[in-house]
Design a protein around this ligand. Sequence first.
Ligand SMILES: C[S@@+](CC[C@H](N)C(=O)[O-])C[C@H]1O[C@@H](n2cnc3c(N)ncnc32)[C@H](O)[C@@H]1O
Length: 282
Amino acid sequence: MLSYRHAFHAGNFADVLKHLVLDRILAHLVKKDKPFFCLDTHAGAGGYSLTGEPARRNGEFEAGIGRLWERDDLPAALAEYLAVVREFNPSGRLQAYPGSPYFERRRLRAGDRLVLCELHPAELVRLKSFARKDPRLKVVRGDGFHECIALLPPHERRGLVLIDPSYEIKTDYRRAVEALLGACRRFETGIFALWYPVIERRRIDGLEQALGQSGIRRIRLFELGVGPDARGHGMTASGMIVVNAPWTLADEMEAALPFLADALGRDGGGHYRAFELTGEGP
Ligand SMILES: C[S@@+](CC[C@H](N)C(=O)[O-])C[C@H]1O[C@@H](n2cnc3c(N)ncnc32)[C@H](O)[C@@H]1O
């Protein structure tokens, strides 16, 4: 039974990091004319209200996108990310937050494709409405971990796979690593981004170890924390693991991460990590 609903968390500090990295990868992909393929294995609803009960219950967005909304001093990559969120709020007030499918769709050109996987029936209804009438988009009702292997490699031979599980089931940690490694092997030229939450640090240590020993190269990690690790007391940090990252991403994140740690850290407790897991790559 799936109980996770992203509407409670949309626009929080983890979404800021995730969508910043996602947007940078997409910006890189559109630099070449050649069409690309994008697969979002855990797509969610496509967009979220910030004025309804779910978002207001814990006000997570206020400590995330809410702290950036009015700022005009952002590093370039973050400014571009914020411009997307502002575009999603044409009223000029922060009332809604775009999901990953929105960041992806707005970068698509005529020959590009986007496949969105989702399992939750209610999210699926909203996702289908988001994707309707656009022939470049396809919504798949299915297990993203499975589809991520089944749909690869794409005929375009270039593109991005975003793996963004909810981790509500503990086996997601293992399945996420298996899916990432399997997908990398099937689509060697692809770019892969796996999101993870830091709730229990030992799980992420295990994830890093498994990836570091996998034989897959060019794996980068970008993590943003808003407070010290606090085992079992909620998410205190989150990260994106990127395989075959565009060569510009590391520099862009080196500029954005200290800014985000400062802006989003709780009581000055923000922190970040950015490094190459396998000791190779740009
Ligand atoms: C973190 S949310 C996705 C947020 C979205 N990627 C974004 O950034 O806007 C995870 C989503 O995965 C869905 N989900 C959970 N298990 C799944 C699975 N095995 N396959 C596909 N979707 C799944 C949940 O219903 C939820 O909507």
